[in-house]
Design a protein around this ligand. Structure first.
Ligand code: IPE
Ligand code: IPE
Ligand code: MG
Length: 244
């Protein structure tokens, strides 16, 4: 555990989610193609996952490709579809060293069989690890996640395994990709945009929000400490009253 975490243990969220935004603008500012920014963005996922592991965060959810990102020009989508292969090649050694477990959240109907195979392989190879859980959200969208959950629950009701009155919030949460992760504490978005863009809508119900102007490839240790420091000062009441 690092010094900051030792000094301010309450500032370390159990579960952090990041909308890693601004890769394209970061590249454009350098006169480079958008894909150059995505390349730098992948490298930064590795870096920030290692930082979160060092700070003692339990789970980190990163939004790497949304269900809406298919609307982008085909060459950019093709580039982004190479990401799972990049994760596998580039992250394996470091993640092994730091005991990082990888999981995948996303729709399974549109990704190529090759990408699903890679994501499943990374998941199964790292399944026994006890360190940080890196939740890679790829072809992820909250609305699809919730729609699929409703379909699965309706199927259980149809089969007679569940009564409508027994559909509690816990039942719904148990049908989400994040079912085994701690509740979401801190929701970060880089690049100055201030919207949720269909990321973890249910899970963010009581998350603290943190927006920074930094583009994702520039988001590093200093930015993370700023976010955690702010998180540590928040008064999280969950609808109750202020402590003390
Ligand atoms: C985020 O960066 C990465 C993905 C959405 C895949 P963007 O590609 O959205 O970068 P900007 O927002 O256009 O700068
Ligand atoms: C959200 O960023 C999706 C990911 C980071 C993967 P976008 O750049 O796609 O979102 P909008 O279009 O600004 O809402
Ligand atoms: Mg963007």
């Amino acid at each position: 555990m690092n010094l900051f975490a030792k000094k301010q243990p309450a500032a370390i969220p159990a579960h952090v989610a990041i909308i890693l935004d601004g890769n394209g603008r970061w590249a454009k500012r350098r006169g480079m193609p958008r894909t150059f920014g995505h390349q730098a963005g992948v490298e930064n996922i590795r870096k920030v996952a290692l930082l979160c592991s060092e700070f003692g965060v339990k789970a980190l959810s990163v939004f790497a490709f949304s269900t809406e990102n298919w609307k982008r020009p085909q060459p950019e989508v093709d580039f982004l579809m190479k990401l799972p292969g990049e994760f596998e090649k580039k992250f394996a050694d470091d993640f092994k060293k730091h005991d990082i477990k990888v999981m995948f959240s996303g729709r399974r109907t549109r990704l190529s069989p090759e990408n699903l195979e890679i994501l499943d392989r990374i998941t199964s190879r790292t399944a026994d690890r006890a360190g940080l859980v890196l939740n890679i959200c790829f072809d992820y969208g909250s609305i699809v996640e919730l729609t699929e959950a409703v379909q699965a629950i309706a199927e259980d009701v149809k089969q007679g395994d569940l009564l409508p009155a027994d559909i509690t919030s816990d039942v719904i949460a148990s049908h989400l990709y994040t079912k085994d992760l701690p509740p979401l504490d801190l929701f970060i978005r880089t690049s100055g945009e201030q919207r949720l863009s269909n990321f973890l809508l249910w899970q963010a119900a009581y998350a603290e929000l943190w927006f920074t102007d930094a583009y994702w490839p520039d988001f590093g240790r200093a930015e993370l400490i700023k976010a955690f420091d702010s998180f540590g000062k928040r008064d999280r009441r969950f609808g109750g009253l202020k402590k003390g």
